[in-house]
Design a protein around this ligand. Structure first.
Ligand code: SF4
Length: 464
């Protein structure tokens, strides 16, 4: 979701005449989009922003900004932590970032023009860049973390960057749940869905530019539109949206993330029987296999309900892959609770799991709970679940050796630029050799020849 929000901001800068760069030392504005889900992510963002302050020594006009969840939750406090910071912009204001940066840069330009010492010495903007009085940037700091009606409708544009086989589409913002470990309802606000027609139009434009796969994004994606749009013929707004997106010509694959057991009803299960573009994969956060811990987490479902949905999904598509998120070491988690999670992982045979050690988040109920577990125990449980997941996934992937899998080629592999990479409908990564120009963005079959843990290796057998 952060990646998608960042893309929207980037697009506005491109439209405004800027060029995107990965070289910090060349940038006129350095913006960091932040996540608050784990403390580690916040510390990393703070550390990175601190280090990047050095660029101001050579380029005094550089604008530094934090966007996103940490910006939303910490607000002005961030100026104390990072003295060179200019801008703090919350999660409902991404569309305003470009204007704010422009304002700051313009003011710095005007201040420079007004400074007599600069005209006496005959400096020009071209020679010196934009000058800031006193060499600092204390003036013009800006924080905007307010709520804004309709902000969910502003995440809708994409950066045109050649062939883009796969794209994220933000369909809603916010979350009305109150999971006791989660800071999202505070940072992202209440659930707000975009109109179906707007989402479809965005997908249509992507398809026109060659995109073949879209991933619909929401904090609880299956609850899309429940507060704004009604059911039609017993179908939830989310299923109506899936049907509408399915109609878009050129789109071959549809994914969504992340659904929640609440609201995961039979109409959504059934959609996988008549919407063939829906990929055979769901990422479905379980969090814990213990009902007692789910209750403490304020997750309003029982583990048996979670299992029932997974089994229904496997029944409608025999090749359905399910991946999940698990939190280990939640306050008061006993050996018995942990064992319930282990049992559930073994029963459901997840294709992959993202396992997180519980970490306290400020202003969340779980952070104040008695029964916080020692880090050593959390780590032990984490390692145990990783071991179990690996025992499940390795033979599952090895069983694919010798089969043909249809993949969407995304381009060069991230780990080896000489080779190509793609994903199967089950969202498994496949690495293979081939012609980058010809194959990127195309869907074709690859024969699987090898697997290492979570990655498959193969040979294109029927290609473009
Ligand atoms: S469902 Fe729970 S974990 Fe997910 S965003 Fe909402 S509050 Fe956070």
């Amino acid at each position: 979701m952060n990646e998608r929000d960042s893309e929207q901001v980037a697009r506005m800068f491109v439209e405004g005449g800027y060029t995107l760069t990965r070289a910090e030392e060349d940038a006129d504005a350095i913006l960091v989009n932040t996540c608050s889900v784990r403390d580690q992510a916040e510390q990393k963002a703070l550390g990175k922003m601190g280090m990047m302050g050095k660029h101001r020594e050579k380029r005094a006009h550089v604008v530094y900004g934090f966007m996103g969840c940490m910006a939303q939750s910490r607000g002005e406090e961030l100026f104390e932590r990072i003295p060179h910071l200019d801008l703090v912009v919350g999660t409902q204001k991404y569309h305003r970032v470009f204007g704010y940066v422009e304002d700051i840069l313009r003011k710095r330009m005007e201040e420079r023009m007004d400074d007599p010492s600069m005209s006496l010495e005959g400096h020009t903007v071209e020679e010196e860049g934009i000058w800031i009085p006193g060499g600092g940037t204390r003036n013009g700091k800006l924080v905007d973390t307010g709520a804004e009606e309709g902000s969910q409708n502003t995440i809708r544009d994409h950066v045109a960057a050649g062939k883009k086989p796969s794209a994220f589409v933000s369909i809603m913002q916010g979350c009305n749940m109150r999971c006791s470990f989660c800071i999202v309802p505070d940072t992202r606000g209440q659930e707000r869905g975009r109109p179906i027609a707007d989402v479809v139009e965005e997908v249509r434009q992507l398809a026109e530019q060659g995109t073949k796969e879209v991933t619909l994004l929401g904090q609880i994606v299956n609850l899309y539109g429940r507060t704004e749009f009604g059911k039609v013929e017993g179908k939830s707004p989310f299923v109506q949206l899936l049907e509408a997106v399915h109609e878009v010509e050129g789109i071959k694959r549809i994914r969504f993330t992340s659904p929640h057991p609440i609201g995961y009803r039979d109409d959504l299960v059934a959609a996988f029987t008549y919407l063939p573009k829906l990929c055979s994969h769901i990422h479905f956060p379980m969090q814990s296999g213990s009902d007692r811990i789910l209750k403490a987490m304020r997750r309003p479902y029982r583990n048996e309900q979670f299992i029932e949905i997974c089994e229904k999904m496997k029944a409608v598509r025999s090749n359905m892959a399910i991946t999940t998120d698990v939190i280990v070491g939640f306050p008061t988690e006993t050996e018995e609770d942990f064992q319930a999670t282990v049992d559930c992982m073994k029963r459901l045979q997840f294709d992959n799991s993202f396992i997180f050690r519980y970490s306290k988040r400020k202003n969340t109920p779980a952070a104040e709970m008695d029964g916080q577990l020692p880090e050593r125990l959390k780590e032990e449980r984490n390692q145990e679940l990783l071991r179990i997941q690996s025992e499940i996934a390795v033979p599952k992937n090895a069983a694919l050796i010798g089969t043909r899998q249809e993949i969407l080629c995304s381009g060069p592999s991230k780990t080896n630029k000489e080779r190509l990479s793609g994903r199967t409908t089950q969202n498994k990564i496949v690495i293979f050799d081939g012609d980058r120009e010809r194959m990127t963005g195309e869907i074709f079959e690859v024969k699987i020849e090898d697997s290492t843990g979570f990655t498959l290796f193969g040979k294109a057998v029927a290609g473009p």
